[in-house]
Design a protein around this ligand. Structure first.
Ligand code: SF4
Ligand code: SF4
Length: 444
């Protein structure tokens, strides 16, 4: 597809946008602003499109255990499966593949421990995996950067160890006691706020800057996002990632928790305006204008992701394949006989081809190269017909807000109604080809 430009305008502003090159220009005033953090990585993008297998990060789902039973958990099915721990031999085989690629790309080896379970319940195994990956990486002259997601319900020794070990930690914490304990409870119904706050205290005392707080927003908390930002600010945390509760196709979400999309946009922007002058970063990862970005698929991010039962999965929601329940996402596994990964290359190519499918309603959208396209609510690997219309207000409006703010305008809205009015009155049009040509010549 050739280069396309868009004009974004309302009664107060007129912007021209190049979504591929990542710049926005204020047609009435100031000059051009870059939206992308860097020039992008054409190598990485073309690798994805050639359906090859070029993983540069390793993510490990360590176990099938979790000590909480959050009512919105996307992985609640895992709790009824037999307990499994990933094998070190399987991790070593995966690490060899990733390290070889990282060396070729002259990148550090990135190792992640993801949720869907609680990795720090298996601290000794996590330590063993890190040591194993360091050894493999050192053999290729590489360093390991390691990251961990945790629910924070861990003992103090594990919290101290994690804070000293990882380059980054994501702590799932929904806010004040009332909001957090509404959703994040133990299996026996006990609240978890107190334990999470104690873990956070340990993390903060060692290095608050390495911590991202991950807040799942539900219908019960959406109107309190600014208050939640203030709560974490007062505790000394500066990076907060808000995301509306998943409505995954294979999930079990109680519809009563689902968030009204315009309420999320309004409250996110309100919280972000409050946070910005206080040097806080409020993140929403569904629309990312600082990078070329697509659905959250692990393959799309060149991420080799291993489940506790040794399968390679394309989807961050598919955290095991014990009963072949996630076969559609699995493209390989660890082979004990050979001690290597066995990749089903036709299946891998088929998954990648399907993940490249752009929904009909996204084809002409200015946000197409920067948007998760309703993942995980809508998945091209699950839906037989993927061209149905779907609501994507959060993706679209937060994308617009980022562009407008990057161009130097302030998006400040006092009520949800004003927010709806503001975004629905923005006109977006593709710029005719002759004006595109003119612009392309200029920037080249
Ligand atoms: S698009 Fe599908 S496979 Fe990819 S991350 Fe989303 S839900 Fe998973
Ligand atoms: S149409 Fe919606 S989901 Fe598709 S790219 Fe645009 S904002 Fe994203």
């Amino acid at each position: 597809m050739g280069r396309e430009l868009y004009e974004i305008e309302n009664d107060e502003l007129r912007l021209r946008l190049d979504p591929t090159a990542g710049w926005v220009r204020d047609m009435e005033g100031a000059g051009e602003k870059s939206l992308l953090a860097g020039p992008g990585d054409p190598g990485t993008l073309s690798e994805f499109h050639d359906a090859g297998f070029h993983p540069q990060c390793l993510t490990v789902y360590v176990n099938t255990r979790c000590n909480l039973r959050c009512d919105y958990c996307y992985d609640s099915g895992n709790r009824t499966r037999p307990e499994r721990n990933v094998s070190l031999n399987a991790v070593r085989a995966a690490a060899e593949v990733v390290a070889a690629r990282c060396k070729a790309m002259t990148r550090p080896f990135v190792l992640g421990f993801h949720g869907g379970n609680e990795p720090l319940l298996s601290r000794a195994l996590v330590g063993g995996i890190i040591a194993c990956c360091r050894k493999v990486a050192a053999g290729h002259g590489l360093q390991v950067l390691s990251f961990c997601t945790t629910n924070g319900v861990i003992d103090r020794a594990a919290a101290e160890w994690a804070a000293r070990t990882f380059d980054g930690i994501t702590l799932s914490w929904d806010g004040c006691r009332e909001i957090h304990d509404m959703h994040r409870r133990h299996a026996d119904g006990r609240p978890s706020y107190e334990e999470v706050a104690e873990t956070a205290d340990v993390f903060r005392s060692i290095d608050a800057n390495r911590v991202t707080i991950r807040v799942t927003v539900t219908r019960n908390s959406v109107d309190r996002m600014r208050e939640t930002a203030e709560f974490f600010h007062d505790l000394g945390f500066r990076t907060i990632h808000f995301f509306p509760v998943y409505r995954a196709a294979n999930g079990t979400l109680d519809e009563k928790l689902a968030v009204d999309q315009s309420s999320f946009v309004f409250n996110f922007l309100k919280a972000r305006s409050w946070a910005k002058p206080r040097a806080m970063r409020l993140i929403y990862s569904g629309t990312r204008w600082s990078e070329n970005h697509d659905r959250f698929c692990m393959l799309r991010q060149n991420n080799l992701t291993m489940t506790p039962d040794g399968y390679l999965t394309a989807c961050f929601l598919a955290t095991s394949n014990h009963e072949q329940e996630n076969g559609r996402f699995v493209y390989g596994s660890y082979d004990e006989r050979t001690g290597k990964l066995s990749i089903d290359r036709p299946k891998l190519a088929s998954i990648v081809a399907r993940l490249r499918h752009v929904p009909l309603q996204c084809e002409d959208c200015y946000n197409r190269s920067h948007c998760a396209k309703n993942c995980p609510s809508l998945c091209p690997l699950s839906e037989p017909e993927h061209d149905a219309e779907f609501e994507c207000t959060v993706f679209k409006w937060l994308g617009l807000a980022n562009i407008i703010e990057a161009a130097g305008h302030v998006v400040e809205l006092s009520t949800r109604e004003e927010c709806i009015d503001y975004f629905t009155n923005i006109r977006i049009s593709r710029v005719p080809a002759d004006r595109c040509d003119e612009r392309v010549r200029h920037i080249n």
